[in-house]
Design a binder for this molecule. Structure first.
Ligand code: PLP
Length: 425
């Protein structure tokens, strides 16, 4: 008899690899916004593998491009001359803001951020990296050291001498972004960077893992100014927000700010492993010693990514995410009016979060888990994040329909009603 997938995971993976659900379905296939388990039960996907499947699961147009490439040429490394990687860099240059035009390809968001730190150090000749509270930038030592969320800072030997986690605009007492917290944050960041010993400040324009926290436009503009004034490079981590999700191709565009370096991953490959840090000609020129990533930007992943960009443009997913995002936000705000357990609703485009509190005014991670489990048992997969794991995350494939949103909202409504009748409310 075949071993259960759950037992395989329990017995052979490192235990840090956990499940989102008490009773996880075994997902065996997928099609656009739907996942199917081993019993062929259909699930409407509102998490997209954490903001990855923007163009939908097993999208035929993207898979066709990848399949054509895999049968022709799969791998060479950047030491050999191939076309897809160059074409992808050209296409990225066309959609990236300002003068950002050069890309270094790798395989994950972590690696892209690590590469961005290296690029910033090479250019500035400075060593330190600053990041915000409630941020997540990766799993390698430096990227983890520059991660603000305590639960993701697992390495007992973080590089705390060369990194600083500075306060962001989220007010921990109010449980939301406030003007006062934003002002205090800017003042600390300004005082810290004034010493001119930081190579870079890295920000997520919308903090994903931190609890879907959009940084206010004015706040980002002021960060830009502080960085410019102190010779610190501004890195925009668009690993989770990139590629049409927030109603613009990249979330930082909404503030009008152009960062010095941008990192991209996740949705760029729509499931194929590919990531990059992208920067200006001037900053890129500081990196002249040879370097390579064995699999970074390989022909198959690059062909898939090229198909992703084509698909986003052809289907106008930027516009779609904006329009459907408004419907999602209206629906979530209506639910907030009727369910006291929803403390705050926020987001942009199809990247929204609902923070759940208990009746005693404290974060409600148990209730969040109950809602997730209930929704899953009723055919809808919602994500979660936040410092206290009490924020419902809505980040569906951008090809979902209005009807899909209505269905998710109706299941969520039932789940919240169900929750209010339990001791976890
Ligand atoms: C904003 C952000 N940056 C970086 C990462 C790390 O990306 P990866 O898991 O591809 O290494 C993540 C992962 O969730 C992320 O959300």
């Amino acid at each position: 008899m075949k071993t259960e997938a759950l037992d395989l995971k329990k017995n052979y993976l490192v235990p840090c690899s956990y499940n989102l659900y008490q009773r996880p379905p075994e997902i065996v296939r997928a099609s656009m916004q739907y996942l199917f388990d081993a019993n062929d039960t259909q699930y409407l996907d509102f998490f997209a593998g954490v903001s990855v499947m923007n163009c939908g699961h097993c999208n035929p147009q993207i898979n066709k491009a990848a399949k054509a490439q895999i049968d022709k040429l799969q791998h060479t490394t950047t030491l050999y001359l191939t076309r897809p990687i160059g074409e992808l860099a050209e296409q990225l240059a066309a959609i990236l803001p300002g003068g950002i035009k050069r890309s270094f390809f790798c395989n994950s968001g972590t690696e892209a951020n690590e590469g961005a730190f290296l690029a910033a150090r090479l250019f500035t000749g400075r060593r330190k990296i600053a990041a915000l509270t409630r941020s997540l930038h990766g799993r390698t030592n430096l990227a983890m050291s520059a991660t603000g969320i305590p639960m993701w800072r697992t390495d007992p030997f973080l590089d705390t001498a060369q990194t600083a986690i500075l306060p962001g605009p989220y007010d921990e007492t109010a449980g939301m972004v406030t003007d006062a917290a934003a002002a205090a944050s800017l003042s600390t960041i300004s005082a810290t960077l004034a010493f001119r010993d930081f190579a870079a400040l890295i920000i997520e324009p919308i903090q994903g893992n931190g609890g879907i926290i959009p940084l206010p436009d004015k706040y980002i503009q002021q960060l830009r100014q502080i960085c410019t004034d102190t010779g610190t490079l501004l890195i925009a981590d668009e690993v989770q927000t990139g590629f049409a999700r927030t109603g613009t191709m990249f979330a930082i565009e909404q503030s009008g700010v152009v960062p010095d370096i941008m990192t991209v991953a996740k949705a760029l490959g729509n499931g194929f492993p590919i990531a990059a840090y992208c920067t200006t000609d001037t900053i890129a020129q500081a990196f002249t010693k040879p370097s390579a990533s064995t699999l970074g930007g390989n022909p198959v992943s690059s062909s898939a990514a090229l198909a992703v960009i084509r698909y986003i443009k052809k289907e106008n997913l930027v516009h779609r995410a904006k329009e459907l995002g408004e419907k999602l936000m209206t629906g979530l705000l209506e639910l907030k009016d009727r369910h006291a357990i929803i403390h705050d609703v926020r987001g942009r485009g199809l990247m929204a979060g609902a923070e759940l509190y208990k009746t005693d005014g404290t974060p409600n991670p148990e209730g969040t888990d109950l809602v997730l489990e209930y929704a899953k048992d009723h055919g809808v997969l919602i994500g979660k994040n936040g410092l206290h794991r009490n924020v419902l995350a809505f980040q569906p494939p951008l090809i979902i329909t209005e009807e899909n949103i209505s269905r998710m909202l109706s299941v969520l409504d039932d789940a919240l009603t169900h929750l209010s009748r339990t001791s976890a409310s």
